[in-house]
Design a protein around this ligand. Structure first.
Ligand code: PLP
Length: 353
């Protein structure tokens, strides 16, 4: 259960660790701004800002998402980022929400702020942060988890996530990083399962944290319950344009190529880290790694002195001060991080944990 006075820590995100001027291994957004072709699409859409966003634009964007995930447009709800999806969950009026941790903390905060009772299901490092459906309280009528999970980088098998389904229960899967996994093998975005809600984001892949764009996929009745208290015109014209653009075949091909690069670059980082006295949570599938290092706070401070920002891990329920999350970057940048770490903590066998 929750302690009540941990709000500030749960609100901590990597953008706070990534102070200007530091080499950023704290934030997991792929690009520091959207690609040129996407900027051009957004710039062209500026001319439409003189009109309210229309139902036709909403429909067109939902149809594009539906085609991408082999669903119908009425199974798509466009969101102001996956984060908006978390805040809409309380509209389902759950009696007990089970939050699988360690994980992104905004869902828990949104539910607690709405007065929902929350139970934490804390996965075990010794068990490889494996999801055990039986650990989720049977009476939870809402379960929230991330796949792949921030910050552990664990990709849960789709069938294990599906095993959480129960009559009368909503299972909300935060797939904000799903498009960073080549082929998205464990994604449930195309899965029509009663009570299953998949949340997706354009933020990470397309360098769009400032636009606030994502979407939810689920049964039309479930989506209708989510939007009960939503204002009119929740999304702007530019968000619709971004969704349309990022669902086009060329964008999907670029996204898949970027996912393959993430995979290669993560392997590069794991290889380099093997020489350093840190433990890496493996296997990892997302564009970041969770590390455990002795004297974590001192190590983070020493990295900052050397111009490197990493994400503190202790604000994630289930982790402590010796945990840090590092983004996967290009081999050149990975080498800088590893060299700094090597100087600070020394070399070792580098054990996998
Ligand atoms: C796991 C996870 N889910 C969701 C979000 C929020 O995504 P969005 O920008 O689409 O609201 C983040 C942002 O850091 C995240 O790490």
């Amino acid at each position: 259960m929750t302690s009540g006075d941990d709000r500030e820590l749960l609100r901590h995100h990597g953008d706070v660790d990534a102070e200007p001027g530091l080499l950023d291994f704290a934030v997991n957004v792929r690009l520091d701004r959207p690609p040129e072709w996407l900027r051009a699409r957004l710039a062209a859409a500026l001319d439409r800002l003189g009109r309210y966003p229309s139902a036709a634009e909403d429909r067109a964007a939902r149809e594009a998402v539906a085609a991408r995930h082999r669903r119908s447009a009425d199974e798509v709800l466009l969101l102001g980022g996956a984060a908006e999806g978390f805040s809409l969950l309380s509209s389902l009026r759950p009696r007990l929400a089970a939050l699988v941790h360690p994980s992104f903390t905004e869902p828990e905060l949104a539910l607690r702020d709405a007065g929902v009772d929350v139970a934490r299901v804390v996965l075990d490092a010794a068990d490889g942060y494996r999801l055990r459906p039986e650990a989720v309280p049977e009476d939870a009528d809402l379960v929230v988890l991330g796949n792949p999970t921030n910050p552990t980088s664990v990709l849960h098998p789709a069938e294990v996530v599906r095993a959480l389904a129960r009559p009368g229960r909503v299972v909300a899967v935060d797939e904000a990083f799903a498009d960073t996994v080549p082929g998205e093998p464990e994604s449930l975005a195309s899965c029509r399962e009663p009570g299953l809600l998949v949340l997706r984001s354009l933020t990470k892949m397309w360098g769009l944290p400032g636009l606030r764009t994502g979407y939810a996929l689920g049964e039309p009745e479930l989506l209708a319950r989510l939007v009960r208290n939503r204002p009119h015109w929740p999304l702007g014209t530019l968000a619709f344009e971004a969704v349309l653009a990022c669902c086009e075949p060329s964008a999907l091909a670029e996204s898949e190529q970027a996912a393959r690069e993430f995979d290669e670059h993560r392997q590069d980082l794991v290889r380099r880290l093997a020489a350093v006295d840190v433990e890496i949570a493996l296997p990892a599938s997302a564009p970041f790694l969770l590390l455990r290092v002795d004297n974590g706070e001192k190590v983070r401070a020493a990295l900052r002195e050397r111009g490197v920002a990493v994400r503190r891990g202790d604000t994630f329920p289930g982790l402590g001060p010796d945990h840090v999350r590092v983004a996967v970057r290009s081999p050149e940048h990975n080498a800088l991080l590893v060299a700094a770490l090597e100087e600070i903590v020394g070399t070792d066998r580098g054990s996998a944990a």
